[in-house]
Design a protein around this ligand. Structure first.
Ligand SMILES: Nc1ncnc2c1ncn2[C@@H]1O[C@H](COP(=O)(O)OP(=O)(O)O)[C@@H](O)[C@H]1O
Ligand SMILES: [Mg+2]
Length: 359
């Protein structure tokens, strides 16, 4: 059995369904990220696992035990919230030691033991010797490191993180991302983290659980979820992908308005198909190029992103929305991409990904 097993978990608030039939297995030592827009039920799921919210139906198993109805104090986890939920009136050391007083796995350590454990934990999160300070004297990132130290002080077998980085500035957020991931790998602690930030999920997770309206949409590795979204919602949410409708001409050729494109794999014979194209998979050619799957487009907008440009293209593709392409800044050198410029682009056959048929 998996280390953490969620079975058919459902939760309603009055008439509102916050979680619907959630099934999820998390392996020992795995880092799983719950990703979805605000209000999709991520926090509710985390709180149910923590015992802070009671599900209406379904089960939660942790380390081989059914904890579905266990009170929070009898569950074996550490938790970190979005807002730095440190006690402002307690020193950093007392904050970290707080968790030890309600220790589940064994006896409460004596004062000397607690002191040593606090020192170890602060060392672990890269803040040695700050136990005398108070939370208000620390930056947001330092406070979250202390919150992490507190969550880990009892050596729990499960770490729950609810948007731990979202209150931090961009630089601190990226730094703490890799610190958390390194710490998690080092300790081998099974971790479930909530975020609404797809980049954070892609960069940190072993597996991502994409949620919408209380339901799981897709579970997979970051690479899987990015390259092969199950449905339009996942495709839209995970990146700036293009969803394109086409009519079939033969089993490998499809018509997108006035543009005909070949697809790498033959598709079953129904008239309408939907494809998914990543912005970075659209290739740029010289304007006279006639290679396969190439066509001429007009630039309607371009945004400089640093290492790349995000370029909105108008193509003669029928009812399909404008195409969004991402071109590396190095590669673009000197090519005109101002609004109105004409470009020759292609969508390589193997990058034209068929979407699974909607249920
Ligand atoms: N205690 C509650 N009472 C009523 N509705 C709630 C309660 N907690 C959460 N909700 C609702 O359930 C939905 C999911 O909330 P939440 O799990 O916090 O979403 P997320 O963390 O994904 O943003 C939201 O629409 C929220 O308003
Ligand atoms: Mg939330």
């Amino acid at each position: 059995m998996a280390h953490l097993e969620i079975k058919q978990l459902s939760k309603r608030f009055g008439g509102f369904t916050a979680l619907a039939d959630i099934d999820l297995s998390v392996a020992q030592g795995e880092f799983v990220v719950l990703l979805g827009p605000s209000g999709c039920g991520k926090t509710t799921l985390l709180r149910a696992i923590a015992g802070l919210e009671r599900q209406d139906s379904g089960q939660i198993w942790h380390a081989g035990s059914d904890i579905s109805h266990a009170p929070p104090a009898q569950r074996d986890y550490g938790i970190v919230f979005q807002s730095y939920a440190l006690f402002p009136n307690l020193s950093v050391g007392d904050n970290v030691a707080y968790g030890l007083k309600s220790r589940r796995n064994g006896p409460t350590p004596g004062a000397a033991g607690a002191h040593q454990r606090v020192a170890e934990m602060l060392e672990l999160v890269g803040l040695p010797g700050i136990d005398e300070k108070y939370p208000t004297q620390l930056s947001g990132g330092q406070q979250q490191r202390v919150a992490l130290a507190r969550a880990l002080a009892t050596s729990p077998r499960l770490l729950l993180l609810d948007e731990p980085l979202s209150a931090l500035d961009a630089i601190e957020r990226v730094r703490l991302r890799s610190e958390i991931r390194q710490l998690q790998s080092k300790l081998g602690i099974t971790t479930l983290m909530v975020t609404h930030d797809q980049e954070e999920a892609l960069s940190m997770a072993d597996r991502i659980v994409v949620m919408k309206s209380g339901r799981v949409q897709q579970i997979g590795t970051p690479q899987d979820v990015y390259a092969a979204p199950f449905n339009d919602f996942v495709a839209d949410f995970i990146g700036r992908g293009n969803l394109l409708d086409a009519t079939m001409q033969d089993d490998v050729t499809f018509q997108f308005g006035a543009v005909n494109l070949r697809c790498a794999s033959a598709l079953p014979g129904t008239a309408l198909h939907r494809f998914y194209v990543r912005p970075e998979d659209i290739c740029l050619h010289s304007i006279t190029d006639q290679s396969e799957n190439s066509f001429t487009v007009k630039v309607s907008k371009s945004e400089f992103m640093g290492s790349s440009y995000l370029v909105t293209l108008e193509a003669d593709m029928g009812d399909n929305k404008p195409l969004v392409a991402q071109f590396s800044s190095n590669y673009l050198q000197g090519r005109p991409i101002h609004p109105g410029a004409l470009l020759r682009v292609s969508i390589p056959a193997e990058q034209l990904r068929p979407m699974p048929r909607s249920a």
